[in-house]
Each structure stands twice: as C-alpha cells, then as structure tokens.
Design a binder for this molecule. Structure first.
Ligand SMILES: Nc1nc2c(c(=O)[nH]1)N[C@H]1C(S)=C(S)[C@@H](COP(=O)(O)OP(=O)(O)OC[C@H]3O[C@@H](n4cnc5c(=O)[nH]c(N)nc54)[C@H](O)[C@@H]3O)O[C@H]1N2
Ligand SMILES: Nc1nc2c(c(=O)[nH]1)N[C@H]1C(S)=C(S)[C@@H](COP(=O)(O)OP(=O)(O)OC[C@H]3O[C@@H](n4cnc5c(=O)[nH]c(N)nc54)[C@H](O)[C@@H]3O)O[C@H]1N2
Ligand code: SF4
Ligand SMILES: [Mo]
Length: 879
C-alpha cells in the first residue's frame, strides 16, 4: 500500500458503477483504508454494494504499473512523454491528423477527459477521439438526440422511489446498479402496490423483485414497445395536450404501430399473449411509470430504435419531466455521463455541441485554436478496423482494455500489434492491452486521483485523493497536458490543477449558451472546487426545474420528436448455433484489474462460465460443471457449464470479465461479431452466434497455492484467495508426470517433498506440499469435475500446523467445516452456512438468516440468492 496523505476521513465517490455512491475513506494507522458509505450523499445515503465495500482491498500496489516504460524498459517521464509527443507529431506531419487517435473511457475523470478531447479535437484537429462509451451508452445518446434534440437523461433517482410501476428493460439492476436496486427494494417494501416488470431473456437476480418477468426473445424489445405504443393509442391512454404542444411526429410513429397487434408481438418476442397483455395493461393504467434501461437495450444492432420505441411510449402518455415517471437510461461507468458532457464520443465536439459550423466556430474561439476538427471522427469499431488496415499510425489508449472488451477482440489485438505506435495509460501492469504497447504510462488510480465524475442522474461528485501517488504514477490530466505542451500547444494546456480544468469545462458549458443547450453549469462559475458538494445539472443561476419539466426540448422547434420504429425481424441464428448473450456478474468489474485483486470478490464466481438451459445441455450431452467449448468463425473459448433454467432455450450467457490474466481461454469478446447499430455505431455485444460442444476432458483439477503458479494445462482459471491463489484446471491430453508438473507449476524448492494419494477405484488423486505445517500447494485431480469444497480448500492456505493427511483427505473434518460457496461476499458467508441456518435454526426469512449469520446485512446484493437457498431448503424439508 502506498502512503496516505491524510489520516482523517475523506469524502469521495465510488469508482465503479454509474450509481455514483458517496464513499468515506479513512486511512488507518496500520496502512489499510477503511471504507464506508457516505450517509449524506444523495445517491446512496450511506449504502454501498459488495464492490464498493471491498474498495479498501483493491488498493495494494501489487500488480500496479508504477513507472513509465518504453519498449518494455523503464524510462524517465521526460523520455516517455517526448517519445509520445514526437511520434504523434511525426505521424500527423507524414499522414495528417486523421492518422492518429485517442481511445478513452468512462473511467477517466471529467478533467482528464476534457483535456484529452481538447487535445485531439481542438489542437490536433482530428475527431478521432472515441471511448468505450461507444460500447456502452452510444445508443442511448443517439436515441436521446433523436427524441429530445440533446443527450439528456431526464430521470432522477428519486423517481424510482416515487414510481408505481418500474419497467426494467435489459437491465440487471440487482447486480449492476445494486444500491439503486436496493432503493427500489426498500420503496417496494414500503409501498407494496408498487410494481416491477423485468424484460430480459434471462431470469436474472433482478427478477427477485419483479411482479412479472418477460423472458423476451433477444432483440424483441422494439416489437414489444412498438406494440405498446399501438395499444396505448388504441385504448386512448394518451396525453393529447402534451402531444399537441410539446411533441412532433406522432402520426408516423403510430402508423407503424398499428400493424402490431398483441398476437403478432407474442409471436415475435416469444412471449405469451397473456403476459404481453398484462404488461400493457399495467403500463396503460399506471401514470407514474419509469422505464429503466441498460445494455440489453443499448448493445444491439437495433439499440437506438429500442431507445426511441421506449421514449415514444412516454411521449404519447406525457409521462416525462414529472416526478415518478420517465424513460431512464442508467449509465454503466462511474463517469460515462461526464465523458458525454465533455465530448468524449467521436461524433460530439465538446460540451454537448455537435460538429455544426456555429459550434466549431464557438469552441474554436473559446479554446483559442483555429485548428478545431470539423467533422466526426472514427467510432470505436471503425477505429480498430482502420487500424487493422494500417491507416492509424499512432493510438493512445487510456483507462480501457479493448483487447478484452471490444467485439472481434482477436482482430483488435492484431490491429494493435500491427499499429506502428501504441501508447497505453493504465494503473495496472497486467492487462492484455498493455502487452501490445510501445509506451506504457502509469496513471494515478482511485484514491490517488482528484477530480469529478457525473452519475446516472446527472449528479457531479468529487473524487478526492487520500493516498500519495505511488512510484512515478501521475494523474491522467497531467500526462495528457504534458504531451499537449510537448506537441507545441502550450497555450492550450497550461494547467496546474484539476480545479482549473473543471473551471474551464464549466465556462465552456455556459459559453454563448443562453438556454440553447441542456448542459449548462453556469451556476458553478467560481465555485469552490475543493468543497464542491454533489451537484445535479443543469446548474443555472436560478434553481433548475426538473429536466423537461417545462415541456421544452432542445430540438429546433422545442418539441420532442416521436421516431417511427420498425421492429427488426426476429433473429434466427444459423441452424445448430446458439444466441450468445454476454454481460456481468455481481462482484467483478469488467476486465478484473481491480476486483480480481480481492479474494472476497473473487469468491462469488471464480472462473468463466456459460449459462445453458438444461434441455440444451442434455441434447448436447453437456453435464453440469464440465467444460464447454464455444466457437464460431472468429474464435473459440472454453468455459464451465452452468446448467440452469434461468436461461432461455437456444440462448447462452457468458460473462465478459475473464481475460488472459485469469483464464486460459475465456476472452468472450473474441467470439462477438462487430456488427453495429446504424445510428449509434454501438456494437451488438448481446448477440453473437456460437456453436457449443462438450470438451473431452481427461482429467479435472483444482488447486490452492501460496504463490501464483505457472500453468500450462489445457484449461486453467485462477483467482485470488486469502493467503494465496486458487484455480481450476483441466487436462485434455495425456496425464502429466505429476512430480515434475507440480515442481514447475508451483516453483517448488528442490528439497520440497510432494505427498500424494491415489484412489484407484475413482481415479481421484490428491497432492500436498507442506512446509513446516503450512501449505505450499495442494492439488486434487479427478476424471470427473473435482468435488472438493473450494471454501474448505482455500481455508488450508491460512491454516497452521497442518498435516499432510488432512490435506490429502480432500474433505472437511470436524475441525474445519465447509461453509460452501460464498454467497455473501461482504461477510464471506457460504451457502452451507446459510442452508444450516434454515434447516438447523429454523430461519425462514432473509432477515432471520441475516440475524443468524450476518449474510445479506451489509450491501444486500446477495439477498435474492439467500432467498433462493431458503426456498430450496424449505422445500427439501417439506418433501
Ligand atoms: N457488477 C458489475 N456492475 C457493473 C459493471 C460490472 O462490470 N460489474 N459494469 C457497469 C457498466 S460499464 C455497465 S454498462 C452496466 C451494465 O449493466 P446491465 O446492462 O444491467 O448489465 P449486463 O449484464 O451487461 O446486461 C443486462 C441484461 O441485458 C440482458 N439482455 C441481453 N439481450 C437482451 C435483449 O435483447 N433484450 C433485453 N431486454 N435484455 C437483454 C442480459 O441478459 C442481461 O441480464 O453495469 C455497470 N455495473
Ligand atoms: N461482450 C461484451 N463486451 C463488452 C460489454 C458487454 O456487456 N459484453 N460491455 C461493454 C461496456 S458497457 C463497457 S463499459 C466496456 C468496459 O470495458 P473496459 O473499459 O475495457 O474494461 P475495464 O476493465 O473497466 O478497463 C479499464 C482499464 O482502465 C484501468 N484504469 C483504472 N483506473 C484508471 C485510471 O484512473 N487511469 C487510467 N489511465 N487507467 C485506469 C484499469 O486497470 C483497466 O485496465 O466493455 C464493453 N464490452
Ligand atoms: S452501487 Fe456499488 S459499485 Fe455502484 S457506485 Fe454504489 S458502491 Fe459503487
Ligand atoms: Mo458500460
């Protein structure tokens, strides 16, 4: 851990999801940092989820990139910055400004992002600045702009508590925006009449609060909402005054909708007519309706249309701009919203201004540059395709990991490998993208950096430092402005602090605005940056009304626009293939560079997996917990089978998190086709086509080891554990020379003795290597998936005075009971402990289990899983 800069409590903001929870961080005398929710922050009022609570465990310097590197060798900052500036300058001189690019991220702070955008679009004179928000929010941005004339998210969190109906579309809020989800859970407990509808092909954990789950066929959403529009019109649930005075284009949208009776919707969406009808009835009847949507909507080749199909229904009913209602696109990353504000997307210039002649002139005057880009730049998928064709001579990647998170990820990796100059700014020394870099720049991470982020409800909050910069790490804004200066743009980049950059950003949002642009921070001119409280925009001098509360939109005529949406034909995968859906798990964040560092968060899911329906698994002879190969023309991946009826038949789900750092072959984006939405250029990350087949596995293995091993088995996946590492293994070919294999995998000292037992009947083996009663490594192999309790085995790593027989037995004794797979990661409570609370102590509610075991009593993200265990064991008891 690096040095604290204070010993008192620091008020900051969580660096993970777009809920944007306030965090109180307090460095402790022992070098740790205590983390608590900020009771005064209006996003979370003191609550944190499992990831937020574990932030203190991600701050170690293990795996951090701490020094600038050029071609793999440590260099000084001057050398690194000069090389970046000179190479970019040379490429621009030789090939023009469009031969260079920046690929940024919603995990940059607004100040970092502002400087990067200004460098590229304002001074280099190209708009080749795009961001991972292209993969995340671009369809919502495009949909908002089509409907509202501006990229405005109209919702406030409070609306979710005031609503009588919440429709979750393509959002697994329970895992991906847990604190917001908990706010809904509480509101629903107080007002049981409140209803929740979940629209998702999978029955996710968010179904726990849903009164109705519509397991829609992938991309059936447009049809569902176009059908809803027609239904509302037919049944007269419209707001004629609002439509007349504040909207345009209803006729054309309704004309399309007429052709979509409920029977046709049912056919296209794969839902029953009855359930579609019920949803339509509830929507029609409930004035206070909020439609929350996320990646099941955005990440689609019809994503922008899905957004407008949803917004259309809110415009028709006038349910927008008033408390407890509205369309609500929730942002993913901590600063997805801030990035949109500064203009991080290649089709936006700056401060919510497009590439219009007026805006180009205005921004040029504001920045004092006559070289402002005049047209949109390359968007993420096109950017990497152009790179693959050799058209990009220098690229700078900041705070994102495209080798793992872009579709057709192997092609992205190849494009980077072939690109003449790749710069990567990251906090982590171990990323798949960093491996392709010529220059690596060590960025300041959370707890060290200083700036602002904007959350899903447009609330700007401060991230404040409480740790010194470790090694030679520097904040992103500093790195970018140093390169700007060295490229000869000194007058544009004379910044000494993030406060100055924020002030300039604020001034640009207000510059010649006069109410013409939604993003207006003029009320923050001259504000004390150091003490800036969480502030929702717009911030004008007079208190702002609720967004769109006055019925004014930012289109030329001030009216919101209906967009006619023609639902796409149902997606028919090639015979014999599955629809591959991808997304997130509760305790990991994207490519795991931070959450992968904590044993607690790595325990919930410790390896890549595929959710497959039991009928599909049966048909393909895929047994639970065996390995499955997924493949298509782009690539293949190997993951564990999780057979579950939460999944639709014909669909698969694989999490996006596993990289080459954690598994042998789990980079699922290598299989995702780079097909994009025509309006937003956002890729359809939720829909690839893949074959699935069982892999013939000779032997399965599970190990725990005190040190990080070197693995060469056909399949491996590793995770942090308290006291060492744990991992899953499989051998597809000949079994190994065990002694030799163990010695090299676990780097055993020459004198170490390996003890083993073989159960000849089952073919199971156990190996133990001990040093003075402490475990060095244990390995269990079996022709079938290894049954050893993972929690028990992980416990061996911290046990003292062990003897080999305990380890070799491979099962818990009375002294070390098996708590089962971790369910509650805040208090590390396993499934067996929870089950015992039900069966032995008679706990029949989540609250009672919490009182007995503490499970579910902190962040609450696991409460649905606890309920599942209670139900299963009560049923078992009743049988
Ligand atoms: N734990 C955790 N939380 C996170 C993140 C994380 O990495 N880990 N990342 C953050 C980020 S950047 C983002 S963008 C958000 C994403 O938050 P979400 O969008 O909630 O998360 P996803 O799991 O990507 O996808 C949501 C759901 O879309 C469903 N879906 C797939 N196809 C369709 C479809 O055609 N129609 C419908 N209706 N649904 C479909 C999937 O089954 C999935 O359950 O999460 C944020 N929060
Ligand atoms: N198949 C599939 N693919 C997806 C998605 C999906 O649902 N399915 N979701 C997409 C979405 S919505 C998103 S948002 C992306 C996310 O994908 P990525 O952005 O690629 O994933 P992260 O792991 O968040 O990458 C952030 C990187 O920034 C580094 N970092 C952290 N803090 C800092 C900092 O302060 N400065 C710098 N310079 N670096 C820092 C981290 O170490 C990490 O390497 O993935 C997209 N890809
Ligand atoms: S919900 Fe969790 S991950 Fe999201 S901001 Fe809050 S604490 Fe962080
Ligand atoms: Mo995202």
């Amino acid at each position: 851990m690096n040095q604290p800069v204070t010993s008192t409590v620091v008020r900051t903001t969580c660096p993970y999801c777009g809920v944007g929870c306030g965090v109180l961080a307090t460095p402790q005398p022992d070098g740790s940092v205590s983390i608590a929710g900020d009771p005064d922050h209006p996003a979370n009022f003191g609550r944190l989820c499992s990831k937020g609570s574990a932030l203190g465990e991600t701050l170690s310097l293990d795996g951090r990139l701490l020094y600038p590197e050029s071609d793999g060798a440590r260099v000084t900052w001057d050398q690194a910055l000069d090389r970046v500036a000179n190479t970019f300058k040379q490429a621009i001189a030789d090939y023009g400004p469009d031969s260079v690019a920046i690929y940024g991220s919603g995990q940059l702070l607004t100040e970092d992002y502002y400087v990067a955008n200004k460098l590229m679009k304002g001074f280099i004179g190209s708009a080749n600045m795009d961001t991972n928000s292209r993969l995340c929010m671009a369809s919502s941005v495009a949909g908002h702009k089509r409907a509202f004339g501006s990229d405005t998210v109209p919702g406030n969190y409070e609306d979710l508590e005031l609503a009588d109906l919440i429709v979750l579309v393509g959002s697994n809020l329970g895992w991906c925006h847990p604190v917001l989800y908990q706010r809904i859970v509480r509101a629903k407990a107080e007002r049981p009449n409140m209803r929740v509808v979940l629209i998702d092909p999978r029955r996710t954990v968010s179904a726990d609060i849903a009164d109705l789950h519509l397991a829609v066929q992938s991309d059936g959403d447009s049809a569902l909402f176009v059908g809803l529009l027609g239904y509302l019109a037919r049944t007269g649930i419209t707001a004629p005054d609002f439509m007349e005075n504040h909207t345009s284009g209803a006729e054309a949208a309704l004309l399309v909708a007429e052709d979509w009776p409920v029977s046709r919707i049912a056919e296209v969406t794969g839902l029953s007519e009855k359930s579609v009808q019920l949803f339509y009835d509830w929507f029609a009847k409930t004035e206070k309706t909020v439609t929350v949507y996320s990646q099941g909507v955005n990440q689609s080749s019809s994503g922008t249309d899905k957004v407008n199909a949803i917004i259309n229904c809110h415009l028709l009913t006038g349910r927008i701009g008033r408390p407890g209602m509205g369309p609500f696109s929730v942002t993913g990353q901590p600063n997805a919203m801030g990035g949109r504000e500064v203009g991080g997307l290649a089709n936006i210039l700056a401060a919510h201004m497009d590439f219009t002649p007026d805006a180009i002139d205005r921004v040029g005057r504001f920045w004092g540059s006559d070289n402002v880009a005049t047209k949109p730049g390359l968007k993420a998928v096109d950017l990497f395709a152009a790179m693959g064709r050799g058209e990009i001579k220098a690229v700078w990647i900041m705070a994102t990991n495209p080798v793992d998170s872009m579709p057709e990820a192997d092609a992205v990796r190849a494009a980077l490998a072939a690109c003449p100059f790749v710069v990567v700014s990251d906090i982590s020394d171990r990323t798949d993208t960093g491996r392709t870099a010529h220059v690596r720049l060590p960025a300041a991470g959370w707890g060290e950096k200083d700036g602002t982020v904007t959350n899903s409800e447009r609330r700007i909050s401060r991230q404040r430092p409480f740790l010194a910069l470790p090694g030679e790490a520097r904040p992103d804004w500093w790195i970018i402005k140093e390169v700007g200066n060295r490229m000869g743009f000194e007058h544009g980049f004379a910044y000494f602090s993030p406060a100055e950059i924020f002030a300039e950003h604020v001034a640009l949002t207000a510059f010649e605005n006069h109410g013409s642009r939604d993003l207006d921070l003029s009320g923050l001119v001259g504000v004390d940056y150091a003490s800036l409280p969480p502030t929702q925009w717009p911030v004008r001098h007079k208190p702002a009304a609720r967004m769109f509360g006055d019925g004014h939109f930012f289109t030329p005529d001030g009216k919101a626009r209906f967009v006619p949406v023609l639902p796409p034909p149902p997606f028919a995968p090639l015979p014999g293939t599955f629809i591959l859906n991808t997304g997130r798990v509760r305790d990991h964040w994207h490519t795991m560079t931070r959450t992968g560092k904590t044993p607690r968060l790595s325990a919930h899911y410790a390896e890549p997996f595929v959710e497959i329906h039991p009928a599909d698994a049966d048909r393909l002879n895929i047994r639970p917990a065996t390995l499955v190969q997924l493949s298509n023309r782009h690539a293949s991946a190997v993951v564990r089978a999780l057979v579950t009826d939460r999944q639709r038949r014909g669909h698969l789900f694989v999490p996006m998190h596993w990289t080459d750092q954690f598994a042998s072959n789990g980079r699922i984006d290598a299989l995702v086709t780079a097909k994009v939405d025509p309006f937003s250029a956002q890729p359809a990350l939720k829909m690839a086509e893949v074959h699935a087949e069982p892999i013939h596995t000779r032997l399965y293995g599970f190990f725990v080891s005190a040190q990080r091993p070197m693995l060469d088995t056909g399949y491996w996946a590793v995770a942090e554990a308290i006291g060492g590492m744990r991992g899953e293994l499989a051998w597809f070919d000949e079994a190994a020379d065990w002694d030799g294999w163990l010695r090299s995998a676990f780097a055993l000292p020459a004198g170490a003795s390996v003890q083993s037992v073989l159960d000849a009947r089952s073919g199971r083996r156990s190996f133990a290597v001990l040093d003075n009663g402490r475990l060095v490594a244990a390995l269990y192999t079996s022709p079938d998936p290894v049954l050893v309790s993972r929690q028990w085995a992980v416990g061996l790593l911290t046990a003292e005075s062990l003897n080999a027989s305990t380890v070799l037995a491979g099962r818990p004794g009375a002294d070390m009971p098996d708590s089962g797979a971790i369910v509650c990661s805040c208090f590390s409570v396993g499934s067996n402990t929870i089950a015992a609370a039900v069966t032995d102590q008679g706990c029949t509610t989540v609250e009672a289990v919490g009182a007995c075991t503490k499970a579910g009593t902190n962040c609450g993200s696991c409460r649905a899983e606890i309920r599942g265990i209670i139900d299963a064991h009560r049923l078992a008891a009743a049988e």
